[in-house]
Every structure is written in C-alpha cells, then in structure tokens.
Design a protein around this ligand. Structure first.
Ligand SMILES: [Zn+2]
Length: 109
C-alpha cells in the first residue's frame, strides 16, 4: 500500500507500529541511542582518528569547538580535560589562531 510503512516491532518496547524508522516513538528512538561503553569507545577511536587528520571537516570541527570553549572563560587545562572527555584531540594548544579565508576555509597559524 503506498504511503504506509510495513508493520514492524519497536526494538525498545516491542510495540508494533507502522511509523517511519525502527522505533515506535521519539522516546524509544532516544532510548535506543544510549550507547554501550564498547560502542562509545569505538566512536571515540574514530573521532580521535578523524580529529587528528588534516581533513577540512576535522579542522573545522576543531575550530568550532575551540571557539565555543574559549567563549566560556575556562583555562586551557580545563578545556583539555573536557576535550579528553569528549574524545577530541585539541589542536596544539588552544592559543593557536584561526582564520577564515574568503572561501570559508579555515587556516591554522
Ligand atoms: Zn517503542
């Protein structure tokens, strides 16, 4: 039948539903997103790898995170600790300067 999703069972609460996606409701979808420690570690590893790379998206993420964090008046040590918790490797020191060029690319100096 067009426009109707097949009947499926919500993996969180077991209710049968025809909603889009796996879960019967937003709250079940969010429960399903609670990660195991092992899964978290895998995500952390791939984040670390990504953030240590020179890819433009990694540079941008680092820039954004750094700027956001700077705005909260925390010390570099506090920031590094927090970033550790976030599994993000900060660029060499938080005092590095960042510039956006006319193309919107971010450059570290
Ligand atoms: Zn459910």
């Amino acid at each position: 039948m067009p426009g109707v999703y097949r009947l499926k069972e919500c993996p969180v609460c077991g209710v049968e539903h025809r909603r889009r996606g796996l879960h019967c409701s937003r709250s079940c979808g969010q429960k399903a997103r609670v990660l195991t420690d092992d899964h978290k570690r895998k995500i952390a590893d791939s984040n670390r790898e990504h953030m240590a790379s020179d890819s433009p998206s990694a540079e941008k993420s680092k820039w954004i995170i750094t700027q956001q964090k700077k705005g909260q008046g925390k010390t570099e040590q506090q920031l590094e600790q927090e970033m550790d918790g976030w599994s993000i490797v900060p660029p060499h020191g938080l005092d590095r300067q960042y510039e956006k060029d006319s193309d919107g690319d971010i450059w570290f100096s």
